[in-house]
Design a protein around this ligand. Structure first.
Ligand SMILES: *[C@@H]1O[C@H](CO)[C@@H](O)[C@H](O)[C@H]1NC(C)=O
Length: 363
């Protein structure tokens, strides 16, 4: 499977008109189709976020939600009704601490001092502490304070003990939102960017200033024109554009957020600034995005975007992959709680220790 994926990638980079790979493609296509059917292929090169399916005989577990992330209290979900996750009792009542099988601790709340870590005194020997964090290392302070305390990690990183990304592709008829078919209907806007947290020192701001010297970039959000609040409206807005700037606030392994997936959902081609191209290729096909590193200069990137707008067939080369895919965007934080609980149930009876949280997360 891995070899097949790599070879396909090498060939798919061929320029239109070159047919070196066509014969190979036909055979590879047949083989691949068989694989996809057999394996129920959902992600490109990622661990399956839902892989930790417990044996149905595992005992029920109790997961204590130690803090509501960012101090915002919300009702806890019914994991069975919403996600088909059974055997899980969620509670946010700290009195459950002495008998809870797991304690889910959101990093920011304990790092900022707005909450204390659970007490070591009276910590049951079977209990697992789960470190929960969806910020990038640049926005994850005081990690050193949490060394040697946790049993499992949960984050957007694919190598977390409990992996749940901001978004991931699934088969179209899976449980995701089906992606719209690529359409040749032209979109009025060229490039959009929605930015709420404008910080001059960020790489994305420098990139925007450079890009806007060459082409029109429509800026929305707190730093630009206003758009109605809410995720749906960002997607609706971006549907009027050919390209969307999916620029992460900082560049780190696997740190690929809803900015990318909003563009994908809206059917715009994302222009990405984040981890390296290879890292993005674990999450979506190589032609599905334009990476700022693909070009020797921002001017060359701008020229390419203009070229694509004038050449719908070539633009289609960045959109055709959508057919057959759906998108899952896990709901913060309900799905995270239920996923954590399922993983906890799977690991019951085993010992886990998180070694070098800082070294790992910052790598
Ligand atoms: C959980 O982690 C702590 C601290 O590293 C360790 O002492 C304990 O044995 C671990 N417990 C389990 C059940 O894995």
């Amino acid at each position: 499977m891995g070899v097949w994926a790599r070879q396909t990638r090498a060939c798919s980079k061929r320029r239109p008109g070159l047919s070196k790979c066509d014969g190979y493609f036909f055979t590879a296509g047949l083989v691949a189709a068989t694989f996809l059917v057999l394996l129920g292929f959902s992600l490109l090169h990622l661990p399956e976020p839902l892989a930790l399916k417990p044996a149905t005989t595992a005992p029920e577990v109790t997961l204590l939600i130690w803090t509501h992330p960012f101090g915002r209290k919300r009702p806890l979900p019914d994991c069975l009704a919403r996600y088909g996750v059974d055997g899980c009792v969620l509670t946010d009542d700290a009195r459950a601490y002495p008998h809870a099988d797991g304690v889910l601790v959101h990093h920011r709340d304990v790092a900022s001092g707005s909450a204390e870590l659970p007490p070591e005194v009276g910590r049951p020997p079977w209990q697992k502490w789960i470190w929960l964090n969806y910020e990038s290392p640049s926005h994850t302070p005081a990690l050193w304070r949490l060394e040697g305390r946790f049993n499992l990690t949960m984050s957007y990183r694919a190598d977390s003990d409990i992996f749940l990304p901001y978004g991931y592709l699934v088969q179209k008829h899976g449980n995701g939102q089906p992606l719209s078919e690529p359409s040749r209907t032209s979109r009025p806007g060229l490039v959009a960017w929605v930015v709420s947290n404008w910080v001059d020192s960020q790489a994305r701001v420098a990139f925007y200033f450079q890009l806007s010297q060459y082409i029109q970039v429509d800026v929305f959000g707190r730093a630009g024109r206003s758009i109605p609040e809410g995720l749906g409206s960002v997607v609706r807005l971006v549907k009027h554009y050919n390209f969307y700037l999916a620029l992460e606030n900082s560049q780190h392994t696997d740190y690929i957020t809803e900015k990318l997936w909003n563009a994908v959902l809206a059917g715009a081609v994302p222009v990405v600034l984040g981890p390296a191209r290879k890292n993005y290729e674990r999450f979506l096909p190589p032609e599905a995005f334009i990476h700022v590193d693909d070009f020797s200069s921002v001017e060359a990137l701008a020229r390419y975007l203009l070229l694509l707008r004038q050449d719908p067939a070539r633009l289609m080369g960045h959109l055709r992959w959508r057919t057959g895919f759906g998108l899952r965007q896990p709901a913060f934080w309900e799905e995270h709680y239920c996923t954590a609980c399922r993983a906890l149930r799977k690991t019951i009876g085993r010992t886990h220790v998180v070694h070098d949280l800082t070294g790992w997360f910052e790598s």
